[in-house]
Write a protein that binds this ligand. Sequence first.
Ligand code: CO8
Length: 257
Amino acid sequence: MEFNNLLVAIEDKIAQITINRPKQLNALNKETIAELHEALKALSSNEEVRVVLLTGSGEKSFVAGADIKEFADFGVNEGTELAAKGQESLFDYIENYCKPVIAAVNGFALGGGLELAMACQVRIASDNAKLGLPEVTLGLIPGYGGTQRLAQLVGKGRAMEMILSAQMIKADRAYEMGLVNHVVPQEELLASCQSLASKMALNSPNAIHAAIKSVNAGFKEGMDGYKVEIEEFGKCFGTADFVEGTTAFMEKRKPQF
Ligand code: CO8
């Protein structure tokens, strides 16, 4: 897969997507958002890929936000459209993706960059990472799901404080708040993400997708998460993965999914 702003590599069932605009601290312009969607879409139907790692190039920044230069002269309609399209094509798409997406937060995760990390199923940060939603300093608010997902992850009071103060927090604080799952030294970041990804890659892809759908259902307006869980649980019984998983258990061997 060839892209202008991304590098994509696949190894041992794990795809790594690296956002590759280091001079702009990997800021998300429209083309990068479109390419991320395209890359993820292609990987969704690739059965050899079980987990996706998402990171930024260089040692300084995961993603320093949406590309401010691109929307500096926008009006109300263009701003609304930018947020709506981005949410649908990338942020919601990742949240509801059929495979786990792990954000390897290797530096600044600001604005749209933190929103991107928050849309992923799991976040692991390097010890130099700084996270924040500085949009109010620009006369904006988070527009890629940040007002919702930050409150879900860390609670309303902490989300309000981060959004209204626009202050960045360090990786350790993000860990204490539950905003990232782990903090590791920068040189170990990718290996840590790969280690977690390789554990996920051993499990039933069908069950993983069902689990993602069920967990997310509890956070969706008008959806009953318990009901979705029952439906998804039931559907698992009709899959080859269920037959393989239970047979392997009885035969005292590891399942091959
Ligand atoms: N957009 C565009 N360019 C950026 C961005 C960005 N978000 N962040 C950094 N860059 C560029 C800088 O302009 C600079 O380029 P140049 O050398 O051509 O001037 C280059 O990256 C390096 O940046 P700095 O020289 O500023 O590096 P520092 O180490 O001094 O500072 C910071 C690093 C603190 C990360 C600083 O760059 C910064 O504050 N960046 C902006 C952070 C920010 O405000 N992010 C939020 C953006 S708004 C947003 O994400 C909205 C999301 C919701 C959108 C909904 C639809 C619109």
